[in-house]
Design a protein around this ligand. Structure first.
Ligand code: NDP
Length: 326
């Protein structure tokens, strides 16, 4: 038997509860993992509360992230005792996920935990941190370098934002953090931000083009914020868009793209190919100061995750929540 959060939808409605399950309920697949830690990401908040149709099959164990130890495996790459992590691939949406003490998954989805990280540190980074790294790799791929000017990070106090600020500053970029919680300025400067700006400066409808400022951008927010950032990019600047915390819309014009040669690069972590994941985790191992994870991450128990999901969606959680499932 193992403990898990289970989401169900029936005549009584949609709900998540902490429950005991036995191994026979686990889905078919080739690797069984004893989970040590999972996390709460924005998407897990949507799944647990039912605020968006993230869960596609019921009942569902949520949790798009997990780190743990292989218990049994028929996959050639893994054997019992191996430390593995998982991000995405529809886990916690269409396949039972990480907010449980045990999971059964496709070996092709797993990644060995880099030696630089403990299981807990791997989850302190989690999908949010790995997505931040995918954004930074995209900036680099499009030619952005530290001497070209400031990088703006929105939703900076959240999970993706916090790791993005920490990694960019270690790489030598001048980072401007945009937040709705300006009281978090000491936290954001501690992670390496040079300046902190208020979310309000970005969240209203703006002009098609504004004064050129940013060499690069990591946007977790979408909507008017993303439109205003595109409008204030420097010539040939690069915007990476990974999130929708303010909305899914993009009320922008083509002006920044056709007059300033701005690149808008989309970032998806869920179906990202394995080689890119390995590269992102390898770069996190070298380019993230793990001491900063202490201020970014808070540990909580499996029983707390359900209540915290609502607070996460309300933007009340700073940094990352790591869930000790045991
Ligand atoms: P968090 O909830 O940890 O962070 C989101 C942050 O956005 C908040 O902390 C807050 O930061 C800001 N925010 C919240 N609500 C609003 C609002 N209404 N208007 C403007 N800003 C707001 O989430 P994550 O960091 O885990 O994820 C961030 C986004 O990225 C989410 O939309 C998520 O779905 C998406 N995502 C996408 C991935 C992909 O593969 N494309 C992978 C991972 C995440 P502050 O208080 O500092 O303003």
């Amino acid at each position: 038997m193992f403990r898990a959060i289970l989401i169900d939808k029936n005549e009584q409605g949609y709900g998540a509860s902490l429950t005991m399950l036995d191994d026979t309920r686990l889905p078919d697949s080739d690797v069984t993992v004893d989970v040590a830690y999972s996390t709460l990401n924005y998407k897990d908040g949507l799944a647990i509360t039912g605020k968006a149709p993230v869960v596609r099959r019921f009942p569902m164990v949520p949790g798009i992230d997990l780190a743990g130890v292989v218990q049994s495996s028929s996959h050639p790459r893994y054997k019992p005792g191996d430390k593995v992590l998982l991000n995405g691939w529809g886990v916690g949406e269409t396949h039972w996920g990480g907010l449980a003490q045990r999971a059964r998954l496709k070996g092709d989805w797993l990644i060995p935990v880099p030696d630089a990280f403990s299981l807990k540190q791997a989850m302190a980074i989690g999908t949010a941190g790995y997505t931040a790294m995918l954004c930074i790799l995209a900036l680099e791929r499009h030619g952005v370098r530290p001497d070209q000017g400031e990088i703006v990070v929105t939703g900076a106090s959240g999970g993706v934002g916090s790791v993005a600020v920490a990694v960019l500053s270690k790489l030598g970029y001048e980072v401007v953090a945009v937040t709705g919680r300006t009281e978090e300025e000491p936290y954001l400067k501690g992670l390496g931000a040079s300046h902190v700006l208020s979310r309000e400066d970005f969240s209203s409808p703006g002009k098609p083009l504004g004064k050129e400022r940013w060499a690069g951008a990591i946007d977790t927010v979408g909507s008017h914020t993303l439109a205003n950032i595109c409008a204030t990019m420097r010539y040939r600047g690069v915007v990476t868009a990974c999130g929708l915390a303010a909305g899914m819309d993009l009320p922008a014009t083509v002006a920044p793209f056709i007059l300033r040669n701005v690149t808008l690069a989309g970032i998806d972590s869920v179906m990202c190919p394995r080689d890119d994941r390995i590269q992102a985790w390898a770069r996190l191992a070298t380019d993230l100061d793990v001491r900063k994870l202490d201020s970014i991450c808070k540990e909580v128990g499996l029983a707390d995750a359900i209540d915290l999901a609502t607070q996460l969606l309300e933007g009340k959680i700073r940094g990352r929540l790591v869930v000790d499932v045991n």
